[in-house]
Structures are given as C-alpha cells and as structure tokens.
Design a protein around this ligand. Structure first.
Ligand code: SAM
Length: 722
C-alpha cells in the first residue's frame, strides 16, 4: 500500500513539562488533531505540516513520523512485525541509518537488544527487496529510526528532524559557558511566560544573567519571526524516500521573507562575567540577531542602569526571563544569597506590570523576590529537576514588617501570604526564649517548634562562643509535612522562615542554616562547625550535620543530669551521637569515661571537645567502635561501669536491643545504673528489654525536660534502670 503523505500520524517530542506549550505552538502552526501526551505531542498532517514542525517549532526536540505499530509480546513477534514494514518506501539506497529504542517489556528487556533486533529485521527485509542491506552509521546517520516499546506493542518512527532540534546551529561546540540552557528549553520558558504576545506589542526582553545568551537569542528569534531551524544544515527527512524538496524549498523561502526587516532593539542581556558576554555576543552574531540584542557586563543588581532608557524609547511592555546559577549545595543559603538578592533587586526595578520568569530548582527565590509564582512548570534542565516560575507583574512585592529583638525595624520580602503569622509567632517566642536563656545562661536553644501547623519546622538559635560580636546562628529545620501541604508551599514557607529568622534575631542571613527534610543534595555536605558554650563547657556544633548537629539541644537537661551525678563514677557512653554528655561526665568529676562512636569524624569531634575543655587525659577515651561490637569483643572481662548512658540513635532502628540489653547490664557495677533516654517510641522497646532482664526502672523524664522543648511532639523521655 502506498504511504499517504497528505495525512500522516506525527509526534513531536519535547522536554517534560512543556507538552502544553508545544501543543499550543503546533496548533498555531496549523497542525491537526493536536494532542499533548507525556513527553510530547501527537498530531496529524501532510508533508508540509511535518516540515513546518521541523523548521518552526521552537520547543520540540524531535519530529517523528509514525510508520507502524507492531505487536511485541515476544522478541520473535517483534522481529517479524518490523520485517514486514515496507522499508523500501521510506529508506533510500545509499543513505545511512541508525536505530534507537526506548522502553522495555518482559521480552524486550534491553533497549540495545530491541534496537539490534529491529536493525536485523530491516536489513533482512531490504536484502530481499533490494538485494543489499542498508549502511548503518550509529554516530552520524542520514536517517534515524526510533522505536518506543510499551507493554505489548512497539511503535516505529522515522525521525524526520534528525539531530536534536535544540541544536539550532548558532552555538559553537566547545566554547560555551558553564551550564548553558538548551535552546528548546529557553524557548519553552519564553513562550510559557508570554513573550510572543509581549514582543508583538513591541515589548522588550531582559535577561540580567544571560550566560551564553540562549534566552536572549531565542527571545530575539521569536521577536523577529526567525524560524529556529533556519541555520540548520542537515535534516532527517532529506534521506527519506518520500521527501518533497519543492515543498521544503517553498517553506524555507517563506520563512526567509517572514523575518522582520527593521527590527530595532528587542532584547537587553547582561552578565557579571565578561567572558560569558563575549560568548553570548558571538552566538548572537551567528544567529543573525546582533542588531536586536544589547549586551552589557554588569551585576544584575544594577539592572536599573540598563533599563533606564527603555520607556523613553517607547517600550511600555516588557518581560524579564532568566536562568540564574543554582548553587551547588543548599546546606546554607550562602551560595545562593548573593544571586537571589541581585535578582530581587533587578526584579524590583522593573516597570509596573512587567512579568518575570525564572528557571531554577530553588523555591527560595520566591522568598527573595517576595512573590509567589502565578504559574509553575515542573521540568528538567538536563538531569536536574527544576521549575520554570512565572511571576505576574501585577502582583506587588509581599513583605512583612519585622521589629527585631533589638528593636530594629526591617521590611522582609516573603513569598507566602501566611508568613506574616509565622513572623509574629517567631518574634513573640523569640522574645520570651531570649529572656529565659539570658536568665539561665543558656546560649543555644529552640525558639519555634511546629507551633503553627502550616509551618512544620523548627528554629534553633546558637550563640557562637569566644567572639566579641556575640555572633549568632539560626538553624531552620523542615519537619515532615502533612499531605495537605504541597512540597512547593512547604519549601516556600521554609525559606520565608529563614529570612524572617534572620530579621527577628538580627542574624546575618549567611548565618541562617537550612535543613530540608528530604534533600539528597544536603547529604555529605561539608561540616559547618562553630563553637558554642553550655554550662561553662565548649562544644562543637555542626550546623550542616546530618542527622544532628552533635549537640542535641533537647538533651541539655540530660547533660546536666549526667554532670551532676557523675562525680567519682566510671561512665560509659554507648552511642557517641550524644558524646557531648561524655564531656559533661568528665567535667562533673567522673573518674573515667569511655565513649563509643563508630564514625571517625564524630569520634574526632568528641576528642577535640575533650581537648578544648582540658579534659583530654588518659582517663577519658573515645573508641571508634560500634556499641554491640565493643561490648562483645573489646570490653575486658571484669571491667565494669557505674553509669552507662544509652541514647539509641534514631537512624539505627535495626539495633538488636534484646541481645544488647544483657550485655549492657553485664557491664554494670553492682549498684550501677543505666540512663536510657530518647523519644518515647525509641525508648519503650529498650525499656521492655531491660525490664525483661528483671531490672527496675524509674521514669525521670521530668528531671531532664527543658522548657524550650516542652511543646515538642516527641519530648525527651528518660529512665534510670537499676
Ligand atoms: C546558569 S548561567 C546562565 C546560563 C544561560 N542561560 C545560558 O544558556 O548560557 C548563570 C549566569 O549567571 C551569571 N551571574 C551570576 N551572578 C550574577 C549577578 N549577580 N549578576 C549578573 N550575572 C550573574 C553567571 O556569570 C552565569 O553566566
């Protein structure tokens, strides 16, 4: 049967998240039966439509022609299905092909196998029809054949566009800036932000962090009506047997006449890095948009200098679109702070009503801008999950007026409308707790502990020891959010909370440390150690520490108890996560202490704390051992302790307490005690394990609970086992 080239089934692929934008674009280009699906848009059209999509789609990465759907329940069935396609109608002798597959099923479990099998089927078919097999060129083929395997079916496509459509041809390989945005993603962002309409009305586009200029150049191409494929020199369809050169030539000629001839200035783009700007200029020259883009080298914070003349030149409408650096890690806000502040300053000088769109993985940008996005597109920039955040220019900056504990008044931008409520709570609690802490000589304490259900986080304040300027740090920790709260909202509130905490406590924002509940990027970050003082002793706190800082504030009362009761006793600390308690025991006059800490860095920290407090003598040792191993293998026969501290770590729920309890009790002197502490759910099974050994237990929780943790969901429980 001949191929019906006037009504073909086509599929345009795009970055996930941009299917809706691509569907809209294809409709505007005149495609029929446009249907957005996952990862792309299906549509119908003839050859002209297929070529139009290749030449004109700014968002599609690939345009494919569906040539067949074949059953693929077994590898054999799949092979036969591919071999029966009339390949001679699509492929031309002498052209090279390459095959790529994605998706798997029970029989085709490997995409390379599926591609190979299909290649064999095509070669076998063509050998029969042509008497020769087609040439395969995996790297640089004339025509690519794509296969998508889904459940019991395989869909076979010809890739009409060829090499990915993001390769427009204006970027020179190897001389680009770090982290350039793909051209198709930049265009998708611009279209999602409404640049097409704004540019039609003579508006101007600004990218104050332009890097290699992708957003600026794509913006200019849109404004000037230049087809994104104009510079491309090679297309997949050129090797397609049914290629219609006349139709293509007409399309190219029409595209050339569609270009705006007296463009004027349409885009302003700057970067703090002059090297980036020179690359961007060169890219713009190659793209043929030089006369429409004005580049400059400057900090985004100084954007006002560069847009002053815009309105005078008659540009009433405008749009800011940018792709700021993402910051390598989010342990502290330090890396992002400068970038976000500069961006906020840029956005604040935009004329009223101008929209802006920012592509970033960092929700913290909302807090810095004091704006909540009107629209968020979740997408990927390479392997990174990011969001395209579109802010409505009609919305003014939201801010809270904060009077700090020292009476300073400050306007703090916040992204969330509920953050004002949080700010008043934090200020109230901050005032009360600061007074309490001063009276009791406490320098590290909890101020806020999920007091408002919509703000599931805690705020702790740490005063750094040994400084003349009384420098404080805040640690803002995200707790598990309820299902009713979206991750996006919870994050926005978390970053608002950071900005508010910085203002309430007069803490430099770089000293506000944020800990997200679930963020792999924070794992393994470098320690951020500060010294703090508690009860006359110096401790090290790791504000980037996971899962805790090394000085659990909720255990302050426990440390007092240990210190008070340790005099003249031998002390064993089973789980070094509470190693600060060992220094307390030593300072309280314990005759000797042994601390077990399997992690080398924590063990080193524990030794440093002994040293800093001049407790480092041979009577106080830290063993890099796990408690069970040490009790079973290292503990000398007859070696006993008067006091054993057992604070089981929450991140080791697999500890076998039934096996450990008798060993722990075996290490006790007659009359010795075990102090068991932790949150109730952790402690109860241990308590049962000790009780099953016939021991009596006494609940001493009231002695160790501290005022700043009384409202905690999981207050510290403490038992003495005799
Ligand atoms: C992720 S890159 C932008 C990449 C760009 N979209 C592209 O496709 O090449 C971020 C850019 O922001 C710039 N930048 C960082 N801080 C800046 C600031 N305060 N003002 C202006 N540019 C800044 C960096 O020099 C870098 O080129």
């Amino acid at each position: 049967m001949p191929v019906n080239t006037s009504n073909m089934e086509l599929f345009a692929r795009c970055a996930s998240g941009f299917e809706g934008i691509l569907a809209q674009e294809l409709k505007e280009l005149g495609m029929r039966q446009v249907r957005p699906l996952k990862g792309g848009v299906s549509f119908c059209g003839g050859q002209e439509e297929a070529y139009t999509a290749c030449l004109w789609s700014r968002v599609a990465t690939r345009v494919q022609l569906v040539i067949a759907r074949v059953p693929a329940s077994t590898a054999d069935q799949y092979y036969k299905g591919v071999a029966t396609i009339g390949w001679e109608k699509h492929l031309t002798r002498g052209s090279t092909i390459a095959l790529g597959a994605h998706g798997t099923n029970a029989s085709l479990r490997n995409t390379s196998f599926a591609a190979l099998k299909a290649k064999d089927a095509i070669c076998d078919h063509l050998r029969e029809v042509w008497g020769e097999r087609p040439q395969v060129d995996v790297r640089n083929p004339d025509l690519r054949i794509d296969i998508a395997i889904h459940e019991k079916k395989a869909t076979i496509y010809l890739n009409l566009s060829g090499e990915s459509l993001h390769r427009r041809g204006y970027r020179e390989d190897g001389v680009q800036t770090a982290a350039p945005l793909k051209e198709t993603l930049a265009a998708g962002l611009l279209l999602a932000a409404g640049w097409k309409e704004i540019s039609r009305q003579g508006g101007v586009l600004i990218d104050p962090m332009c890097g290699s200029g992708t957003i600026a150049i794509e913006g200019a191409l849109i404004a000037l009506g230049i087809a994104p494929g104009m510079l491309r020199e090679r297309w997949g369809f050129e090797a397609w047997a049914l290629h219609d050169e006349m139709t293509w030539a007409n399309l190219l000629a029409n595209a050339a006449t569609a270009i705006e001839t007296s463009p004027g200035l349409r885009v302003i783009a700057g970067d703090i890095d002059d090297h980036a700007v020179s690359i961007a200029r060169e890219n713009a020259r190659r793209a043929g948009v030089t006369s429409s883009v004005q580049f400059y080298v400057d900090d985004a914070a100084n954007l006002n200098r560069h847009i002053r003349g815009m309105r005078k030149r008659g540009h009433k409408e405008g749009l800011l679109v940018t792709n700021p650096p993402y910051g390598e890690r989010l342990g502290t806000q330090r890396e992002l702070l400068g970038v976000h502040e500069a961006l906020a300053q840029a956005v604040n000088v935009l004329p009223e009503g101008w929209n802006c769109a920012i592509i970033t993985p960092n929700v913290a940008i909302d807090s810095a801008l004091g704006r909540m996005p009107a629209h968020v597109v979740e997408c990927y920039n390479g392997p990174l999950e990011v969001t395209a955040r579109i802010y409505d220019g009609a919305q003014s900056q939201r801010s809270c007026e904060i009077v700090s504990l020292s009476g300073k008044r400050k306007l703090v931008p916040v992204g969330d409308e509920r953050s004002e409520q949080f700010a008043s709570r934090l200020r109230k609690m901050g005032r009360e707790r600061a007074k309490w802490a001063r009276r009791n000589g406490v320098s590290c304490y909890r101020v806020y502990d999920e007091d408002i259900p919509e703000f599931r986080l805690s705020v702790d304040v740490y005063r750094e020891a040994g400084r003349h300027d009384d420098r404080c740090h805040a640690l803002v920790r995200e707790h598990r959010r309820p299902r009713s709260l979206s991750e996006e909202t919870a994050r926005r509130r978390l970053f608002d909370a950071c900005a508010i905490a910085s203002a309430v406590f007069d803490i430099d924002y770089a000293c506000v440390h944020v800990r997200m509940e679930r963020d792999s990027r924070v794992q393994g970050t470098q320690a951020e150690l500060i010294d703090v003082e508690e009860n006359g002793l110096i401790f090290e706190v790791d504000l980037a520490g996971r899962p805790d800082t090394g000085l659990p504030l909720e255990q302050r009362g426990l440390r007092f108890l240990v210190r008070n009761d340790a005099s003249g006793r031998s002390f064993l600390n089973l789980f070094g996560s509470s190693s600060a308690a060992s220094a307390c025991a030593a300072a309280g006059g314990a005759q000797r202490t042994v601390t077990l800490e399997p992690y080398a860095d924590r063990a080193r920290r524990c030794r440093r704390v002994f040293k800093k407090n001049r407790l480092g003598n041979k009577a106080h040792i830290v063993e890099e051992k796990e408690a069970g191993d040490w009790l079973g293998q290292t503990l000398r026969k007859g070696e006993k302790f008067d006091m054993v501290l057992c604070v089981p770590p929450v991140w080791m729920p697999t500890l076998d307490m039934q096996a450990l309890a008798p060993r722990i009790l075996g290490a006790l002197n007659g009359g010795g005690i075990v102090i068991l502490a932790g949150s109730e759910p952790i402690v109860v099974p241990w308590l049962k394990a000790f009780e099953s050994q016939g021991r009596t237990t006494e609940n001493v929780s009231a002695r160790v609970q501290e005022p700043d943790f009384l409202r905690s969901r999981n207050p510290l429980s403490c038992y003495v086992v005799r």
